[in-house]
Write a protein that binds this ligand. Sequence first.
Ligand code: GDP
Ligand code: MN
Length: 440
Amino acid sequence: MASPAVTQAGKLLRALALRSRFLAAASQAVQLTSRRWLNLQEYQSKKLMSDNGVKVQRFFVADTANEALEAAKKLNAKEIVLKAQILAGGRGKGVFNSGLKGGVHLTKDPNVVGQLAKQMIGYNLATKQTPKEGVKVNKVMVAEALDISRETYLAILMDRSCNGPVLVGSPQGGVDIEEVAASNPELIFKEQIDIFEGIKDSQAQRMAENLGFVGPLKSQAADQITKLYNLFLKIDATQVEVNPFGETPEGQVVCFDAKINFDDNAEFRQKDIFAMDDKSENEPIENEAAKYDLKYIGLDGNIACFVNGAGLAMATCDIIFLNGGKPANFLDLGGGVKEAQVYQAFKLLTADPKVEAILVNIFGGIVNCAIIANGITKACRELELKVPLVVRLEGTFVRQESYMHIKQETENSKEHIAGIQENVTHQNLSKCAIGFVLCY
Ligand code: GDP
Ligand code: MN
């Protein structure tokens, strides 16, 4: 299973935005098992942060237990914090399939770092945000531990309802922010930022104060918030989340954790960052899909969905959920797709052994129905589909070529087809221009 792209602030806003139970269920399923955007590991995010004046702990990254031990010695710190590097949060309370409890450990003894790293690297870490079986840990971060006297929460994200960036903060950090939002919504503070004017000092100061920083810590926190916001803009992030955004007894404001999400559309001007993309947590099938410019999202049901556009994908998942089914995956074709991609898409969908049926739900626009129909018929011909295929095409060229193509093709290969049922009358497919089921 792939790793989650869920972050707390994102979930929080989504929870506020989504009204439909089914959409929420589908969205959650999608978020919990997929990774469609560039995500960086904590150590990569922290490097970006420290390069931009944001305060993080000194650290090394290790791929082996021995390297972790050496790093711990090299740090020469009073105390060391060892952190498993996976994209999911909640690592502190996670469990490894090696039996080790906790993806974040504090120790004063470098030798212990070596022993703990041995039980982390190569094992799966399961947290509240990962699939049940967890996510394999390939790297650990070995950092200088600092005492924390107070943990707050800070995130900066693009918020549709604010039409721009917003700061979200809470004096109650370190914990699950949704729980704070549910039990103490008055402890969640927001600060809308005008993207053209940038963050105002008064806004950073107000947030720092709302987070409970006082005296010299308040201006230090405001300075860190401003630097985080400037970084957010500079790197085209859609979200920067720091939990905990903490203070030390020595009077320092430090970002103890970091999660940054990026805007994929900015890849052309963020080449260095996108080059860091760690695809190791992707399902191989997602990487394969990306090669053909297709977006593949793995889910845990048995109905493969072949759609165009994320909105239609969500609606299709909703329809399946509403009717008691469960999507196995969905594959979003996107715009400007070519016949060959349609063929590849089918190849990918049918490679998943969980798939017991394929539902094609296409609204032809720029991607017209004829292209899809040609792709489908090629796939039917060459891939010898073993599972029923339900097709719904609507939109551009629906009557013109596509219908004839598919019909002709299916008639040509009658020996493979047990039955063709035209104009599927199922409630949710009733408006189909073309609806049919091919039973192989
Ligand atoms: P997460 O569980 O995946 O969100 O990982 P975090 O990086 O947030 O670590 C989990 C928790 O470990 C934090 O909320 C802190 O309470 C604690 N922690 C992390 N780093 C340090 C550190 O340097 N010093 C101390 N004292 N605690 C730390
Ligand atoms: Mn955290």
